[in-house]
Design a protein around this ligand. Structure first.
Ligand code: ARG
Length: 457
């Protein structure tokens, strides 16, 4: 297709390094849609005849049928999906096929195809995140009052509710969805018609092709139109942030499923056994979600480094934009589905969680606060008194509220019977009713808001 000025054909190495068909065949649907929009516009503008345009559109439909049934043939000599499709079109309809490439270049063609592909990937990520949110909200609603230890430094800090903990991930997913929505809004300009880099002398209608392909408008600068890959980077940034959230959730499930914690039993369907240790049930899916986030970060890094320092407009380096995006999108879909399944199928061992909060002295802050409020003791002194009470309870292996009043009074005489109401883990979480706090009534209210936002109510 560019042999006119060459005396010899490419070497085997040139063919191999140049061929993108092994991976860009994934763009075939977008490529055919963009070609159909282009040829319809060319006909409407009188640039090609209605007859040729009809033959081209019919041929493209036939090719779509072939690809659907048999896959895309991988001919390295034809380089990429654009040339593979165009050459098949020539086989099917003859010389009229040669008119399809009027007033366009593979540079604006690939930019358009790739944007369309990324737009679909955004929609898929959003659907996956929404499903995860539904699972989180559902389980959070069931466990709005289930007590667990809240951690800082992975040390027991204060009691929280499991529903509150799960809703933290709902919020992360909400931000992830808004990042993908931003990315979708920003990619809404169509590069088609930018041609090789400078635009075209043909009287094309760029608004028509932009509209036909579901974009808001054409890109405003042809150099930018063919050389912009921000949309792919934006997508990978949003995917990376999402994968970090999934990795943190996966990590928590891994810790919670360990025997010393025993907070959760993972669904059998998302666990594996060991070939040597019969007792083992391993959280492999969660570990792979944690692992795959590294590959998604890697995909972002790869494209950032590819684009850094490229002069305007198109350079062939940009052909390497696709593999990282395709890989990250596949992994993200899988990881979202795995974590959604894990949240849905987890059996939470709420009695173990409650015991860990009680024996972890998670209500020590409540005792100190009680001393400040009820006995008017300065907080620093209250902190010290409480430390002594924790030490005593710990030495006996009992919860704070299991200490007899007499023993507490031996530590500080100002402690009265009324303290016990503040020492239970239930009283502790109920007291944290500030907006966004862990009190069950707050968690229920946030779950109710979320259910409305998700369209579940
Ligand atoms: N396969 C190429 C890519 O993915 C298409 C654009 C080729 N353009 C060119 N001038 N060689 O980027």
């Amino acid at each position: 297709m560019w042999g006119g000025r060459f005396a010899s054909g490419p070497s085997a190495i040139m063919r191999e390094i140049n061929a993108s068909i092994p991976f860009d065949k994934a763009l075939w649907r977008q490529d055919i849609a963009a070609s159909k929009a282009h040829v319809a516009m060319l006909a409407a503008q009188g640039i090609v005849s209605a007859e040729d345009a009809a033959a081209i559109a019919g041929g493209l439909d036939a090719i779509a049928g072939e690809y659907e049934a048999n896959g895309v043939p991988e001919n390295w000599d034809l380089e990429d999906i654009h040339m593979v499709t165009e050459s098949r079109l020539a086989e099917l309809i003859g010389p009229a096929a040669g008119r399809l490439h009027t007033a366009r270049s593979r540079n604006d063609q690939v930019a358009t195809d790739f944007k369309l592909w990324v737009r679909d990937a955004i929609d898929q990520a959003d659907a996956g995140l929404q499903a995860l949110q539904v699972a989180l909200v559902t389980r959070a609603g069931e466990h709005a009052a289930s007590i667990m230890p809240g951690f800082t430094h992975l040390q027991v800090a204060q009691p929280v509710t499991l529903g509150h903990h799960l809703m933290a991930y709902y919020e992360m997913a909400a931000r992830d969805r808004s990042r993908f929505a931003d990315c979708r809004a920003r990619l809404s300009q169509c590069p088609l018609g930018s041609a090789a880099l400078a635009g075209t002398g043909f009287p094309i209608d760029r608004d028509a092709t932009a509209k036909a392909l579901g974009f808001d408008a054409p890109t405003r600068n042809s150099l930018d139109g063919v050389s912009d890959r921000d949309f792919a980077i934006d997508y990978l940034m949003a995917a990376t942030q999402t994968s970090l959230h999934l990795s943190r959730l996966a990590e928590e499930f891994i810790i919670w499923a360990s025997q010393p914690f025993g907070f959760v039993t993972l669904p059998d369907s998302l666990s594996t056994g060991s070939s040597i240790m019969p007792q083992k049930k391993n959280p492999d899916a969660a570990e792979l979600v944690r692992g795959h986030s590294g590959r998604i970060v890697g995909a972002l890094t790869s494209l950032l480094v590819t684009m850094k320092g490229l002069p305007l407009a198109y350079s062939k380096d940009m052909q390497d934009d696709k593999v990282p995006v395709f890989e990250a999108a596949g992994l993200l879909t899988l990881c979202l589905a795995a974590m959604t399944g894990m949240v849905e199928g987890a059996t939470f061992r709420t009695e173990r969680m409650r015991a860990a909060a009680e024996l972890g002295y998670a209500t020590a802050t409540d005792l100190a606060d009680w001393l400040v409020r009820q006995a008017n003791i300065p907080f620093r002194e209250a902190h010290h008194i409480t430390g002594a009470a924790v030490k005593l309870a710990e030495s006996r292996g009992i919860a704070l509220d299991a200490l007899p009043l007499a023993d507490l009074q031996a530590i500080d005489a100002r402690i009265t019977d009324a303290v016990f109401a503040a020492l239970s883990v239930d009283a502790s979480v109920a007291s944290r009713a500030s907006y966004g706090g862990t009190a069950p009534e707050q968690v229920k209210a946030r779950v109710a808001d979320a259910r409305v936002a998700l369209g579940l109510e």
